[in-house]
Write a protein that binds this ligand. Structure first.
Ligand SMILES: NC(=O)CC[C@H](N)C(=O)O
Length: 304
C-alpha cells in the first residue's frame, strides 16, 4: 500500500542525510542505546498498519508519556487544570528554570518538565495508587496489557535528577506542589521510564487522531473538545523551543522524547511513531524530524 512505498522512498532520500547529534547522555542508562536504530510505524484509524525498520523494538518513550499523564489528569480535573499550568508555548528548553520564577511557579504548559511535574502532583492527589492506576489507564488506551515502566531507567534518571528536583522545589516554594516532593519526583521518573515500540506508540496515541475515541475498543477516552485541546497543546508545545520549527516542517501535532521517539497525529487519518536515538541540540530526534518532514511533503497532506 501507499505508505510502505513512501517509507521506502523517504528512507532512500535519507541515504546521504548526515545524522548529527548524540544519544541523550545526561540519563546514564540512555547512553547504552544503539544510535543507529531507526524505526517507523503508522496506524490508521481503520486499524491498518505500515512499518519500516526497527518498529518492533522497545525504547524509552520519556517525555512522550507526558501527553498520557496529561490526558488522565484532564479527564479527572477538567478545566480546573489550567489554574495550575498554562497552555502557552515556552520557547525554552524542556528543563529550563528561568521562566518559572518569573511566572511565580506556574509552568507555561504541561509538556515541559515543570508542567509535567505539576500534572504528576495532581494525579497523586486524586489517585489512591497513582503508578498502578496510570499504567492501567495507558494499557486500556493502547489495548496492550504488557506496556510497563522500566525501573532501571527510572532509577538511573533519579540518580542524576538534579534539574527536576530544582524545578519542583521552586514550584513548591510558590505553593504549586501539594504533595511530598520525593513522591512526585518518583512518580515523574517512572512516567518517563515507560517503554514502547513504534507500533505500540502509534496504537496508543491513535485516540487523539480519532477525536478522543479509541478506534479499537470504541471507548471514549476524552471528549471531542478535550481531544482537540490536547492536539493543540502538542502542536504548540510538543517540541519545546523547536515547536515552531517542527510545525513549519511537518505540519502535524506531535510530541518528542529524549529517548529519540516522536509521535505525530493526523486527525481523522493516522498516528505515526518514529524512533531514532540521536538528538539535536534541542533534545529532539534529529533524523526523526527529517523523516517526518519528508513524509508529509511526500504525502502532501498535513493539517494545514
Ligand atoms: N524531553 C524529555 O524527554 C525529558 C524527559 C526526561 N525524563 C527529563 O526529565 O529530563
Amino acid at each position: 500500500m501507499k505508505y510502505n512505498k513512501i517509507f521506502k522512498k523517504v528512507n532512500s532520500e535519507l541515504a546521504n542525510f548526515e545524522n548529527l547529534g548524540n544519544v541523550a547522555s545526561y540519563i546514564p542508562e540512555l547512553c547504552n542505546v544503539n544510535p543507529s536504530k531507526f524505526g517507523v510505524h503508522l496506524t490508521t484509524i481503520a486499524n491498518k498498519h505500515f512499518n519500516f525498520g526497527d518498529a518492533d523494538e522497545k525504547f524509552s518513550i520519556q517525555s512522550i508519556a507526558k501527553v498520557l499523564s496529561l490526558t488522565l489528569a484532564y479527564k479527572i480535573e477538567g478545566e480546573n487544570l489550567w489554574q495550575r499550568v498554562g497552555v502557552e508555548p515556552s520557547g525554552t528548553p524542556f528543563n529550563s528554570l528561568i521562566q518559572l520564577e518569573h511566572d511565580l511557579g506556574i509552568p507555561r504548559n504541561p509538556l515541559i518538565n515543570a508542567g509535567a511535574l505539576v500534572i504528576c502532583d495532581i494525579l497523586i492527589t486524586h489517585l489512591t495508587n497513582p503508578k498502578e492506576e496510570l499504567i492501567t489507564f495507558i494499557r486500556k488506551v493502547s489495548g496492550i496489557p504488557t506496556i510497563d515502566y522500566c525501573s532501571r531507567i527510572a532509577d538511573s534518571e533519579k540518580s542524576v535528577g538534579y534539574k527536576n528536583a530544582a524545578l519542583i522545589n521552586l514550584m513548591k516554594s510558590f505553593g504549586n506542589i501539594n504533595n511530598d516532593i520525593d513522591v512526585v519526583l518518583d512518580f515523574y521518573f517512572n512516567l518517563c521510564s515507560i517503554e514502547m515500540t513504534c507500533k505500540e506508540l502509534s496504537q496508543t496515541f491513535l485516540f487523539l487522531a480519532n477525536y478522543g475515541v479509541c478506534p479499537f475498543s470504541k471507548e471514549i477516552i476524552l471528549s471531542r473538545s478535550k481531544s482537540k485541546r490536547i492536539n493543540a497543546i502538542m502542536q504548540l508545545c510538543g517540541f519545546y523551543d523547536e515547536a515552531g520549527d517542527f510545525s513549519f516542517k511537518v505540519g502535524l501535532p506531535g510530541k518528542s522524547g529524549v529517548g529519540g521517539g516522536i509521535v505525530a497525529i493526523h486527525p481523522n487519518k493516522y498516528c505515526i511513531a518514529v524512533w531514532s536515538p540521536k538528538l539535536n541540540e534541542k533534545g529532539n530526534s534529529n533524523k526523526g524530524i527529517k523523516f517526518l518532514e519528508l513524509f508529509t511533503s511526500e504525502t502532501e497532506v498535513s493539517i494545514f
